[in-house]
Design a protein around this ligand. Structure first.
Ligand code: NDP
Ligand code: MG
Length: 385
């Protein structure tokens, strides 16, 4: 029986992870559930999965949750960042699924690895901003990292056991998002509803906006760089609208290995939770007949802009991922609040990449402090819009 803790259990990935666990009660036991403020949903999850502990990041929400469960269930309710730190370093947990959004996952990932835990990582932002520090733990032989992001899960599976010398490059697939084939002029004033209407995946708001701007794929390049130790020339991106080929690996002899499966995040989530075993009852398999019409296209302007930023960060081997991530977090939030247009998101990110220099980053605290400084200044910049 594997003991599972989920940071971000009320989100898109968290809810799908619980659906996988629910179907595999003989394998998994939920020990901890954590979320930001959605006390109503966390209450229902506690009722169903009876974890030992649950964390609400927001104090007020934790108080509400305590009132809801009082006298009914034994789950201990904790709150705040210290509680998150505590559960992410709990050696009694077998797998910690980090499924929060933004840089808030970074400290948890590092805590967990430092304590030798296995981390199922959905939170790509922690690698974009602090990949160097995450991988430092792995290189010291501490803990284990299993990607949940579908492309990286695919590559992880494709290269398992492969001779590194036989690999030429990896190719991340992306659907192209809701605006594939459109010009900047056509999409710059897109509404929130249009942006959130992803053609293939049903995801949380932040990653949906990132998919529409292509920042998500840029983040995934940086994620691949850290997870698989690759250089800028070794990571390619191709548009594959059907989202059935989850990524490819090109070998030195010119052939490709491809990972094919249904468009369903429960599969990579299930794989990360059950690794090295595989679950047999997640959902239907992809029918080969669905592959009749699959296609691959080049990334076209304006969607290549964020990819160029990622490429530069990887080539220059610097800490500008902190700026990239922080500016994007603020810009996406401002867009979702209706303060800026869709087209402004990439403009703000590009402004930040020109405006800031990431130097003297030596510790994880340096990362989180610099992140806050960039966010503060970008918010000021947006106020002047
Ligand atoms: P959602 O926005 O749907 O969910 C985020 C979750 O994190 C919620 O449970 C939220 O709680 C919780 N949360 C946010 N901040 C904190 C905090 N400070 N402390 C504790 N909990 C917090 O996001 P997704 O599930 O879509 O994405 C999660 C991560 O996975 C992201 O990094 C994303 O890029 C990545 N990912 C997602 C995919 C998807 O299909 N959704 C695919 C691949 C990667 P509350 O509900 O209370 O606000
Ligand atoms: Mg992905």
């Amino acid at each position: 029986m594997k003991k599972i803790a989920i940071l971000g259990s009320t989100g898109s990935i968290g809810r799908q992870a619980l659906a996988v666990i629910d179907k595999n009660r003989d394998r998994f036991q939920v020990s901890v559930l954590a979320a930001n403020s959605n006390a109503g949903l966390l209450y229902r999850q506690i009722k169903r999965f009876r974890p030992e502990r649950a964390v609400m990041f927001q104090e007020q929400a934790a108080d509400n949750l305590r009132k809801m469960i009082k006298g009914k269930m034994k789950t201990e309710i904790l709150s705040g960042s210290r509680a998150i730190d505590m559960i992410s370093s709990d050696k009694d947990i077998d797998v910690l699924l980090v499924a929060v959004t933004g840089i808030s996952g970074l400290v948890s990932v590092i805590n967990a690895l430092r304590n030798g835990l296995c981390v199922a990582l959905a939170n790509k932002e922690s690698l974009v901003a602090g990949g160097r520090f995450v991988m430092e733990q792995i290189s010291k032989g501490r803990g284990m990292l299993i990607p949940v992001d579908s492309e990286h899960s695919a590559i992880f599976q494709l290269i398992a056991g492969a001779d590194k010398k036989s690999i030429s490059n990896v190719i991340l697939t992306g659907t192209g998002g809701p605006f594939r084939g459109k010009s900047f002029e056509q999409i710059k004033d897109a509404t929130i509803a249009q942006v959130l209407r992803h053609p293939r995946w049903n995801m949380g708001k932040k990653v949906s906006v990132d998919s529409a701007t292509m920042v998500n794929k840029a983040f995934e390049m940086i994620e691949a760089r850290w997870l698989f130790g690759l250089g800028a020339d070794d990571i390619k991106v191709v548009i594959h609208p059907q989202a059935l080929v989850h990524s490819l690996v090109q070998l030195r002899d010119g052939s490709y290995l491809a990972h094919i499966g249904p468009t369903d995040m429960r599969i990579p989530i299930g794989y990360a939770l059950s690794y090295p075993e595989r679950l047999g009852n997640i959902m239907k398999t992809a029918q080969l007949s669905e592959l009749e019409d699959i296609s691959f296209e080049k990334v076209r302007p304006p969607f290549d802009r964020p990819l160029r930023i990622a490429r530069r960060i990887i080539e220059q081997d610097n800490d500008m991922g902190i700026v990239f991530n922080a500016a994007d977090e603020v810009a996406v939030e401002s867009f979702l609040e209706g303060r800026i247009s869709f087209g402004d998101i990439n403009r703000i990110v590009e402004y930040a990449m020109k405006h800031f220099r990431a130097s003297g980053i030596r510790t994880v605290s340096d990362v989180t402090e610099f992140d806050l400084e960039v966010k503060r200044l970008i918010k000021k910049h947006i106020e002047r819009f």
